[in-house]
Design a protein around this ligand. Structure first.
Ligand code: HEC
Ligand code: HEC
Length: 283
């Protein structure tokens, strides 16, 4: 063990049974017959921590949960994708426009998910996909912004994400993105709450181990938005961050906050090279 565990974590963590030695399983993830890159040589942001392979969270789940993600017909998230495909063509707002008016079909969004969060030169800000969707709604359509992590937003994110399935995550961390990346990294290593745990305590130093009944993954976000069986609904990256921080019994940042935007960029960069897998299925 390359760090000193807080006593709270030592109580929570149970070492992996031998069957899971090394943590991830060796199964192959294909979605509708297309093979995903679900393990890849660690990109720089991950390699600098001493980890040599970026691994999708899919490899840490039970077989029946894994199976739901391999076929679009079995993936409960696809209902939201269909719903969003209707919304895509629906005229809303004062300008009398739909997404389709300017972007043609949703397939025009191919490659977009893979590079977000992305620096927007005109606005001079780091934008998550959710922020970009709302910018188009408010500025280009004269429509109301969606709630940052509401059902309409996560469904639209899922529709846009599915167009990039199988493409490698490739967020930029240089130029104007660098300061956000640094800030995100700082948050990743900050110990929160009564339990004094950072993201790294669980997802870097203990992936492959069990925490209560949960098999810890690297906390990658290439599968987001995620359909969580527990919630029976789609969950956005920032919702997951909130849940994880809350589990350390700490106050947490809100969805769409500058802290979570920076953290999303940093976490995404630790998975550069993994396939965009969203919408994925998790328990
Ligand atoms: C009036 C035209 C217009 C409408 C309507 C519109 N957009 Fe856009 N959208 C744009 C422009 C212009 C850009 C920036 C062009 C670019 O650089 O890709 C953009 C960019 C985007 C991007 C980022 C693409 C990238 O490559 O980074 C996303 C995602 C997006 N729009 C989603 C939507 C969605 C979802 C809707 C409907 C809710 C919508 N847009 C409605 C004009 C529009
Ligand atoms: C106390 C341990 C713990 C801490 C601290 C923690 N998490 Fe998690 N996290 C979990 C568990 C357990 C899961 C569910 C199993 C899994 O996918 O690892 C999870 C899941 C995730 C997932 C979903 C992965 C997937 O493939 O669906 C992401 C992303 C994530 N965490 C990010 C973070 C970030 C970012 C932080 C720091 C803000 C953090 N976590 C802090 C325990 C933790």
């Amino acid at each position: 063990m390359k760090f000193t565990m807080t006593s709270a974590l030592a109580v929570l963590i149970v070492s992996a049974p031998m069957a899971f030695a090394g943590g991830a399983d060796d199964d192959v993830l294909s979605i509708d017959g297309v093979e995903m890159t679900s393990k890849v040589a660690a990109p720089p942001a991950l390699a600098e921590t001493g980890i040599d392979t970026a691994i999708s969270g899919w490899h840490f789940r039970e077989d029946d949960t894994q199976a739901m993600q391999t076929d679009s017909f079995d993936n409960p998230a696809m209902l939201a994708v269909e719903r969003a495909a209707d919304v895509w063509n629906t005229v809303e707002g004062t300008e009398g426009k739909s997404c389709a008016t300017c972007h043609e079909g949703p397939e025009s969004m191919q490659g977009v998910r893979a590079v977000y969060p992305k620096w927007n030169e005109t606005a001079g800000e780091m934008r998550t996909l959710a922020m970009q969707i709302n910018a188009c709604r408010t500025e280009n359509m004269g429509a109301e912004a969606y709630k940052y992590d509401g059902g309409d937003m996560t469904a639209m994110e899922a529709l846009i994400t599915v167009q990039s399935q199988g493409m490698p995550v490739n967020v930029a961390t240089d130029g104007p993105a660098a300061e956000y990346w640094e800030k995100g990294k700082e948050i990743y290593y900050t110990r929160y709450g009564q339990l004094e745990l950072s993201c790294a305590s669980c997802h870097e130093q203990n992936y492959g181990n069990y925490i209560r009944a949960d098999h810890l993954s690297q906390g990658q976000i290439n599968g987001f938005p995620t359909y969580r069986l527990k919630n029976a609904g789609l969950v956005q990256t920032h919702n997951r961050f909130r849940g994880c921080i809350r589990d350390t019994r700490a106050e947490t940042f809100s969805t769409g906050s500058p802290e979570f935007i920076a953290l999303e960029l940093y976490v995404a960069s630790r998975g550069n090279g993994l396939s965009v897998e969203g919408p994925s299925v998790r328990q």
